[in-house]
Design a protein around this ligand. Structure first.
Ligand code: HEC
Ligand code: HEC
Ligand code: HEC
Ligand code: HEC
Length: 412
């Protein structure tokens, strides 16, 4: 390993590779250099020489440059930059393509015919390059901040309070509480009014002009308000209603608090509205495969008692998380991807200065599951459309930095 002494501190980098390329592990000293995560015992450090990097460059010229650029900076939207990407990450991804653990036509064909040796060296080559420059912030004014869906929802919901009450707590008999509705049920109900599948002379005009984004914002707003029962009277016999409710609990929850987003909670719901809904199901004016049979069996008196029982139950907030701000997201991402996306774990991709289109595309691929990763499936499933856009733009604008490994002396 003659070239090792020539590597300067900044240029020095470590490739941590699986046992598959153990032939490259130069000596026991290198093998004892840990990657810092300690998660896998079969990871060992490999020091690439300048000769390895020169070999890797030849592979890149023939097999990779037309798509990724010889300098590792891709000129094609949707193709990732590879320059100064962590070499261990690059190598693991190349192995994943070759083993078809990661499927992508353009890459599969290229990688299939390359030897272990070539994969290791080409990863070393791209890892050794100058990082790409961060995307420039849009000229002129900085991009306007992402609209806060909760604030937008609150503003839009002002138009509903005349009928549904302040904060969605009804004070008018016949008007349903909106507070505490699950956002999925809320969105489905709004859509049903708009399409005419659910008919109501008061609600259809109110829903007609509401955009999908506003409906989502309002759904979030009402779901996150402190739930309270409707401030409306009920006429029925609660105790009798409780007995009759035994057949409803399987779907609506014992105390009328549903655990299923498609089934509305009834706890604290306005009694007159419930009565009207049950009669509408019975008569077929409101269609639901789930409610048709339960409602058909009920006489008017039982309906009144059931409504009184549920109206008197304590409503609970649905299980909904408050949306995160960009700063809160970044704090989470940086735990794995390093400060401003400059990862120090060699297996973690650097996000800083990566192409914005690529970041956007790949976050969506994790969301849909077309690209598989347990960690990223969990993270991306919580992201809204706006979060994905904002995070991609944020990381594309960060300055990329080389990895600095802090080597600790052995303990005495
Ligand atoms: C025909 C165009 C093409 C060629 C040639 C090509 N790539 Fe790719 N590469 C792509 C595309 C497209 C992607 C994104 C694939 C995806 O969505 O998984 C990609 C992804 C990658 C990734 C994953 C990067 C990441 O951040 O997840 C690596 C590593 C990679 N290529 C390395 C190489 C190497 C090394 C070569 C040459 C041996 C090469 N590629 C040749 C098109 C190409
Ligand atoms: C003019 C009075 C009125 C206004 C204004 C109004 N609503 Fe309604 N809303 C109703 C009535 C009446 C019902 C019950 C309709 C039915 O039986 O299907 C209802 C039902 C609903 C439901 C279904 C509740 C459930 O439990 O299934 C939702 C969701 C809803 N409204 C949302 C809204 C939103 C959001 C706004 C403001 C953009 C709004 N409404 C404005 C009168 C109104
Ligand atoms: C098989 C599951 C199931 C059973 C059993 C069931 N429900 Fe429902 N219920 C639903 C679903 C699903 C909906 C929403 C249907 C829709 O979108 O219109 C619903 C809607 C309702 C509504 C309208 C709520 C609103 O906010 O608009 C009332 C009231 C209701 N059910 C009462 C009852 C009562 C009382 C019983 C027992 C006699 C009962 N349900 C039994 C599944 C069930
Ligand atoms: C628990 C650790 C962890 C957290 C937290 C995390 N990631 Fe990741 N991320 C990973 C791992 C591991 C990979 C590589 C997965 C693979 O092989 O596809 C990855 C891959 C990625 C990639 C693909 C990069 C490329 O070039 O292929 C992007 C983009 C990404 N993460 C963005 C994010 C963002 C944005 C966040 C914060 C919202 C985040 N990650 C939070 C572990 C994490």
């Amino acid at each position: 390993m003659a070239g090792r002494g020539q590597l300067s501190f900044v240029k020095m980098w470590v490739v941590a590779v699986a046992a598959a390329i153990a032939g490259h592990a130069p000596d026991s000293a290198a093998q004892s250099a840990k990657t810092g995560t300690g998660a896998d015992d079969d990871l060992r450090a490999v020091y690439a020489t300048s000769a390895d990097i020169a070999d890797g460059k030849r592979v890149a010229e023939t097999a990779c440059a037309r798509c990724h650029g010889l300098n590792g900076v891709s000129a094609t939207k949707g193709i990732p930059h590879l320059a100064a990407q962590r070499p261990a990450f690059l190598h693991l991804q190349l192995l994943a393509y070759r083993q078809s653990a990661r499927v992508q036509n353009a890459m599969d064909g290229v990688v299939r015919f390359l030897s272990d040796d070539a994969l290791y060296k080409v990863a070393a080559y791209f890892g050794s390059l100058e990082p790409p420059r961060p995307a420039a912030a849009s000229p002129g004014k900085p991009a306007p901040p992402k609209p806060n869906p909760l604030q937008a929802g609150k503003a839009a919901a002002a138009a509903c309070s005349g009928c549904h009450g302040e904060g969605g707590i009804s004070t008018t008999p016949g008007m349903p509480n909106l507070v505490g509705l699950d956002p999925k049920y809320f969105a489905a109900a709004m859509q049903a009014y708009k399409s005419g599948e659910r008919k109501n002379d008061l609600m259809q005009p109110a829903a007609a002009g509401v955009s999908e984004a506003d409906a989502a914002g309002m759904a979030l707003y009402f779901a996150l308000q402190k739930p309270a029962p409707a401030k409306t009277p009920s006429a029925g016999d609660k105790a009798a209603g409780k007995k009759a409710a035994s057949s409803c609990g399987a779907c609506h929850g014992d105390q009328g608090v549903s655990g299923n987003p498609a089934t509305p909670s009834l706890a604290g719901q306005d009694a007159e509205y419930q009565e009207a809904a049950l009669k509408a199901y019975k008569q077929g004016a409101r269609k639901s495969d789930s409610m048709k049979a339960p409602a058909a069996a009920l006489d008017d008196k039982t309906v009144r008692n059931l409504a009184a029982f549920y109206a008197a139950q304590q409503p609970q907030a649905p299980n909904v998380r408050r949306p995160l701000t960009l700063a809160q997201w970044v704090e989470r991402c940086d735990r794995c991807h390093g400060v401003n996306g400059n990862s120090t774990d060699p297996r973690m991709p650097r996000l800083a200065a990566q192409s914005e289109e690529w970041l956007d595309k790949v976050l969506r691929a994790y969301q849909t599951g077309t690209r598989k990763s347990t960690a990223m499936a969990a993270m991306s499933s919580l992201m809204s459309e706006a979060d994905v856009k904002e995070l991609a733009a944020y990381y594309a604008r960060q300055t990329a930095r080389s990895v600095i490994y802090v080597v600790l002396p052995p303990r005495k």
